[in-house]
Write a protein that binds this ligand. Structure first.
Ligand code: GLU
Length: 310
């Protein structure tokens, strides 16, 4: 185990992880159900660690922007919870679904209330409610990410958003279905536009590690103001641990032992509460939708440093 007495020791750990990843053969396949994501080479790799004070360490392509996709669901949940409080949990649950992220089946049995905020149905509800409260969910999210990362250049990738809109039948079905139960406020096309923009945000490992910092600071933003109560920050970390990595959250907790959230763009964010945040990117996905090298790198990080919640 590497001593973490000094923050400077993160850089050698990251370099060791990158060397290890370089030697590994299989890397999965980039997501192809969103055509704009399919072109990425599965072997690309970057990783960043951000300390609570905003110091960032990185290796590989840690400054390369990629499609954040479902990682954004963590931030919309935080922004929604900050505005709405506990009432949000009456419209979306907090149990693992045991089904694929875009599944429709459970929704009918459970009267249009999605199992958790990280499956697509749950994220659609969160975005819908945030949109009602802010007038523009996706812009609210982008402003937040720019502020927390300190990167004013973060933006939407309109090509990815258009590609998702063109292939968005399943998300449209989820939204219409929940609307039939009264669990969507805005017109479905408006909601889908907000949701696809949200998913299309491009950010780097450095940006996303920094933007996740409020979860390691128990709800406090980069500028020292409070976004969430300590209890709400705990709720989000708990949802990430139990539901954040598709239908493989048990395996992720077993291997990595940290709250984490993945996206089909190949990114994964993770939180060491009270200590640091991480983001890793490698576009090759396993059959559950998690980055193969991303999970392996986080696994190695917690093994080498002993920094896990367990
Ligand atoms: N925009 C993607 C979708 O809704 C997000 C999927 C993901 O990253 O899990 O299908």
């Amino acid at each position: 185990m590497v001593s973490m007495a000094s923050s400077l020791t993160f850089q050698p750990v990251l370099e060791r992880i990158a060397e290890d990843m370089e030697r590994r053969p299989g890397r999965g396949r980039a997501a192809d159900y969103i055509p704009a994501l399919a072109a990425f080479d599965a072997r690309r790799f970057g990783m960043a660690v951000a300390e609570l004070d905003g110091t960032v360490y990185g290796v590989g392509e840690w400054r390369q922007p990629f499609s954040a996709q479902s990682i954004t669901k963590v931030f919309t949940l935080a922004l929604g919870l900050a505005r709405e409080g506990d009432e949000l949990w009456e419209h979306v649950g907090r149990e693992p679904s045991g089904n694929p992220f875009n599944s429709l089946v459970q929704l009918e049995y459970e009267n249009g209330i999605p199992r958790n905020p990280f499956i697509n149905a749950g994220a659609l509800v969160v975005t819908d409610r945030l949109h009602t409260r802010t007038g523009h969910a996706a812009d609210t999210l982008l402003d937040f990410l720019r502020a927390e990362s300190g990167n004013p250049d973060l933006t939407f990738d309109q090509g990815v958003a258009d590609s998702e809109t063109a292939h968005g039948d399943r998300n449209a079905a989820l939204a219409h279905f929940m609307a039939s139960y009264g669990n969507v406020d805005n017109p479905v096309p408006v909601l889908l536009d907000q949701y696809f923009r949200q998913c299309s945000i491009e950010a780097s490992c450095a940006d996303l590690a920094l933007a996740t910092g409020f979860l390691a600071r128990h709800g406090v933003r980069a500028d020292g103001t409070r976004l969430l109560t300590r209890s709400q920050a705990k709720q989000i970390n708990a949802a990430m641990l139990t539901c954040g990595t598709y239908d493989a959250a048990g395996d992720f907790a077993h291997r990595v032992g940290l709250p984490g959230k993945s996206g089909v763009g190949g990114g994964i964010i993770a939180v060491v509460p009270g200590r640091c945040t991480l983001c890793v990117w490698s576009p090759g996905l396993d059959e559950r939708g998690n980055s193969v090298a991303g999970v392996a790198a986080l696994d190695l990080f917690t093994t080498l440093t002993g920094l896990s919640v367990f």
